[in-house]
Design a protein around this ligand. Structure first.
Ligand code: 1CP
Length: 323
C-alpha cells in the first residue's frame, strides 16, 4: 500500500531532481523507485510505481501535481456535454511508458517477487474528474451523480472500458496481480453504491484477464464489503476501520482479504506496532487467504525503520504459525 514515497530518503533524493509526473513517465526511473522500495523493505510483492490519475491525460484531462496541494485537473467535468467530450481509451498506447516500466521492473526484480499492477476504480476516478482534485466530501461528484444519473452512467461506462483496457495491457506486459483502488467509494451509502457503482464494477471485473488475480480495495467501506465482494475481486482490501475476523466471516470462505494495519500506527513505537500487527495476525487466525498489509497508504512522516521492523515481525510471526 504505497511502498515508494516521500518517507524514503532514496525517493526524496530522486524527487528533488525530477517531478512526480516525470518519474511516472520515465520507465527507467519508475523501475528504480519500485525495485529499490520492494528490496529495501523486504516485502513479499512489489507494486508498480505509477498513479491512478495517469489515465486521465490520454482521456483529455489536463493533469498536474502541484507542490503541497496534490493533483489538479484543469478542465473538470461540469456538464453532460463534457462527458461526451471525453476521449475513449480504446488503444492503450498513450500509456506505453507504464507497460514499459512493468516489463523492465519484471526483469529487474527477483523472480520470486510478484509485481502488482493497478488502476483507479471508476467512482474514484470520477471524483477527481468532477471535483478537479482532492476533496473532503466529494460534493460536486455526488451532486452530479444524483442530478444527472444518465450522464453519470455514461461517465462510468467510459471509465470502466478505459480501465479494463489499461489493466489488461499491464497484465500483458507482466503484472501478476491487479489492484483496483476505489479509495473514496466509502463516501456512498450501500443503496447508492448498489445503484451508481456496483454494476459498473461488476462490468469492469468481467472485462479483466481471468488468469490474473485481482485485489478490490476501498477505504471506509465497512458497510459496503458484501456489495464490493459481489461486484468482484479475488481479494478484498480492508482498511483498519473493520475487524478483520468479522470482515472475513461476512465475505465467506472463498474470498481472500488484504489488510489492515492503520498506517498511523507506524508513527508510534515498536511495542505498539508489534502488538497491533499480532492482533491482526490473530484475527486472521492462521488460515490461508490473508495478505498482511496496511489499511491505506503509508504517510510521508513514517520512519522507515518502523516499516522495516514491521516487515520482519510479520515474517517471523507468520512463519511461527505455519511451521
Ligand atoms: O512525490 C510526490 O510528491 C508524490 C506523492 C505520490 C506518490 C508517491 C502520489 C501523488 N502518487 C504516488 C504514487 C502512487 N499512487 C502509487 C505508487 C505505488 C507505490 O510505490 O507504492 C499508488 C499505488 C498510487 C495510487 C493513488 N494515487 C491513489 C490510490 C491509493 C490511495 O492512497 O487511496 C490515489 C487516491 C492517488 C491520487 C494521488 N496521487 C498523489 C496524490 C497526492 C494523490 C491525491 C490523494 C488525495 O486525494 O488525497
Amino acid at each position: 500500500m504505497r511502498q515508494a514515497g516521500r518517507y524514503m530518503a532514496e525517493y526524496r533524493e530522486l524527487r528533488a531532481r525530477v517531478s512526480f509526473l516525470d518519474l511516472c513517465k520515465r520507465p527507467e526511473l519508475a523501475t528504480e523507485v519500485t525495485v529499490t522500495a520492494a528490496e529495501r523493505l523486504g516485502v513479499d510483492a512489489a507494486i508498480l510505481f505509477a498513479d491512478i490519475l495517469l489515465i486521465l491525460e490520454p482521456m483529455g484531462f489536463g493533469l498536474e501535481f502541484t507542490k503541497g496541494e496534490g493533483p489538479v485537473i484543469h478542465n473538470p467535468i461540469r456538464t453532460t456535454a463534457d462527458v461526451d467530450g471525453i476521449r475513449p481509451f480504446e488503444d492503450p498506447a498513450p500509456l506505453a511508458f507504464v507497460y514499459q516500466a512493468v516489463r523492465s521492473i519484471r526483469s529487474a526484480l527477483r523472480s520470486d517477487l510478484p509485481l502488482i499492477g493497478f488502476a483507479g476504480a471508476p467512482f474514484t476516478l470520477a471524483c477527481y474528474a468532477i471535483e478537479g482534485g482532492s476533496s473532503r466530501h466529494y460534493e460536486k461528484a455526488k451532486a452530479f451523480m444524483y442530478h444527472d444519473p444518465g450522464a453519470w452512467d455514461a461517465l462510468m461506462r467510459r471509465f470502466v472500458d478505459a480501465t479494463a483496457t489499461y489493466l489488461n495491457a499491464q497484465a500483458a506486459a507482466g503484472a501478476q496481480a491487479l489492484q483496483i483502488f476505489d479509495s473514496w467509494v466509502g463516501s456512498l451509502s450501500p443503496t447508492d453504491y448498489r445503484r451508481f457503482v456496483q454494476p459498473h464494477m461488476a462490468r469492469l471485473f468481467a472485462q479483466l484477464d481471468p488468469t490474473v488475480p485481482t485485489i478490490h480495495f476501498g477505504t471506509d467501506t465497512g458497510s459496503l464489503l458484501e456489495l464490493q465482494c459481489e461486484a468482484g475481486g479475488t481479494v478484498i482490501g480492508l482498511d483498519w476501520r473493520v475487524d478483520l475476523r468479522s470482515a472475513r466471516q461476512r465475505l465467506g470462505e472463498g474470498r481472500a482479504v488484504q489488510g489492515n494495519l492503520d498506517p498511523v500506527v507506524l508513527l508510534s513505537n515498536q511495542a505498539e506496532i508489534e502488538s497491533q500487527a499480532q492482533r491482526i495476525l490473530d484475527e486472521a487466525g492462521g488460515r490461508p487467504g490473508h495478505i498482511f498489509n496496511l489499511g491505506h497508504g503509508i504517510l510521508p512522516t513514517t520512519p522507515v525503520e518502523n516499516v522495516l521492523s514491521l516487515v520482519d515481525f510479520v515474517h517471523n510471526a507468520s512463519l511461527r504459525r505455519t511451521h
